[in-house]
Ligand binder design. Structure first.
Ligand code: HEC
Length: 501
């Protein structure tokens, strides 16, 4: 994963702005240092080791997913000696003090992470968990057998607790090594479509796919579930007591998930979650109605949001400051998208108007008219020169932002377009009120069509552009091939219920 240097700086600012942040990054491991808790160490293992050391198939017989499993040791014997890191293989192998070096063929772990492991061993293997969110993370197995029937951990509304900061530290570390190859999500070979686990439908109001991994976010009632779509395992549950979820968007590097929503005519908010740990990283917006659309600039610095209030608000995420608000829309704001270079910001409404503004100031740049009904999707080309918009009026329009001219108008002939995406090679995908899914070549000619069971309400292309994931009005979630349009599988996701089963 390549982290944009500006995002890195921004995240660093956040870490440094937290008074106790230094305590989370022990430079030297002394027994006097604050206690390192299990959730901190688990986050390291999760990122660096779980791909091979979790569950029954763990390599070397070493399961690192719980304190008990670690103490149970590996096939060859004990792998940890409490109080003695230098005699503990779970420290000496990743620190490259002994062979076989861990991860195999990987770089040595960043010093900060090694320090955490070392201190945790020195401290006697604390089982304490300071961040309730991380305990809600079910393992691959418990997702199937024990899907969160009990009330979940207390909600973290404002994590003032400095213990939540390691989440940030973790998102930073990948720059120091080639952690890409160690990310369990990315190293997994071709998707294996697991047998459906169970069947349960509920309204899906938003979905999002990560741009860098096989993570899929699906809205639920006052929460969001994070799945791995390639094997249908539940990865995390993010609580959103702020209300219903209407907008889901991953940051460009996949490290954050923006969740927007709220309570109708009452309040609206956007929360950014760390996709690895499930912790809240920041919260923005103090709307008097729900947030229907939100996006983060590519460098993570700016956040724009909008909804029924018809106002687009632009915030600085480093200090939460409101930079600009503009009232150029005459109807509900349904779509918001920053261009790939971050210079422009497009917002679109239920009336059909698309406004383009300067991404860092919110200053007016251009208004694009033409659609005669609600805009249901926006997509920028990679060079940020052209903006595509799709609408309930059944058309897709492409506008060149230098000339202001419409360069393409496509009528896919499937009726009301309810959802729309464009992939990096320029293919366009639409879902319609007539339950159709259509994949178009860049020139607008149809490549494939498919019929779903109900109105196609949301769709998202996967990070490798191999598949499109769509939800319909009944609550079905399906995966179709981008090549053929054919349905590959139904995602019968293990959605948590309120009653035991
Ligand atoms: C890509 C897969 C992979 C990753 C990632 C990985 N390991 Fe391993 N690990 C292995 C394999 C394979 C073995 C068995 C090696 C052997 O027996 O020679 C092993 C063995 C070990 C052992 C020795 C177990 C014993 O036999 O006593 C320890 C300790 C260990 N790993 C720790 C870690 C830690 C800590 C991490 C994360 C920082 C990690 N490993 C990441 C594959 C991996």
């Amino acid at each position: 994963m390549k982290i944009n240097p500006r995002l890195l700086r921004f995240l660093l600012t956040l870490v440094l702005a937290t008074p106790l942040a230094n305590a989370q990054e022990p430079q030297t491991a002394t027994p006097e240092s604050p206690e390192v808790t299990w959730d901190q160490v688990r986050a390291v293992f999760q990122k660096r080791c779980f791909a091979c050391h979790r569950g029954e198939q763990a390599r070397g017989g070493l399961d690192l997913s719980s304190v008990a499993a670690i103490q149970a040791g590996a096939t060859s014997g004990a792998s940890v000696v409490p109080g003695k890191p230098e005699e503990s293989l779970i420290y000496t192998l990743p620190a490259h003090l002994e062979n076989p070096k861990m991860p195999p063929n990987g770089n040595r772990l960043p010093q900060r992470e090694l320090d955490l492991i070392q201190q945790w061993i020195l401290g006697g293997l604390s089982e304490k968990v300071l961040t309730p969110a991380s305990t809600a993370m079910p393992t691959r197995q418990s997702a199937a057998t024990r899907p969160l029937t009990r009330p979940l951990t207390p909600l973290l509304v404002k994590p003032a607790n400095p213990a939540t900061q390691p989440a940030l530290t973790n998102t930073l570390t990948p720059t120091s090594d080639n952690s890409d190859s160690m990310d369990p999500l990315r190293t997994r070979p071709t998707p294996v479509f697991a047998k459906p686990i169970r069947h349960q439908k509920q309204m899906i109001t938003a979905i999002a796919t990560s741009p860098v991994s096989s993570l899929l976010a699906v809205s639920g009632h006052e929460h969001v579930l994070l799945y791995d779509w390639s094997d249908q395992s539940l990865r995390n549950r993010l609580e959103f007591p702020e209300g219903d979820v209407f907008s889901l968007r991953f940051s460009r590097n996949g490290s954050l998930l923006l969740v927007g929503g709220g309570k109708g005519s009452e309040s609206g908010r956007v929360v950014a979650f760390d996709t690895t740990t499930g912790e809240r990283v920041f919260e923005t917006g103090d709307e008097s109605d729900v947030v229907l659309a939100a996006d983060l600039s590519p460098d993570g610095r700016f956040l724009a949001l909008g909804g029924p209030s018809r106002v687009v608000r632009l915030y600085d995420t480093t200090d939460g400051r409101l930079i600009s608000e503009y009232r150029r829309h005459t109807d509900w704001i349904l779509q918001i998208a920053f261009s790939h270079d971050g210079l422009l910001l497009a917002s679109a409404d239920r009336f059909g108007t698309v406004c383009v503004s300067e991404g860092q100031t919110g200053q007016h740049f251009m208004t694009l008219r033409g659609h005669t009904a609600a805009v249901s999707g926006l997509a920028w080309t990679e060079d940020s020169a052209t903006l595509f918009s799709a609408s309930h009026d059944g058309s897709i329009r492409a506008r060149n932002l230098h000339s202001g001219n419409e360069t393409q108008q496509i009528q896919p002939d499937i009726g009301k377009i309810l959802t729309f995406e464009r992939d990096p090679v320029g293919r366009l995908v639409c879902g319609s009120a007539s339950s159709k899914l259509i994949i178009l070549a860049p020139n607008g000619s149809p490549l494939a069509t498919a019929s779903l069971q109900d109105e196609v309400s949301h769709l998202q292309i996967t990070q490798d552009a191999s598949h499109v994931i769509a939800s319909d009005a009944t609550g079905n979630l399906v995966i179709h091939s981008m090549e053929t349009g054919a349905q590959v599988t139904t995602l019968d996701l293990p959605l948590p219920t309120t009653h035991a089963f």
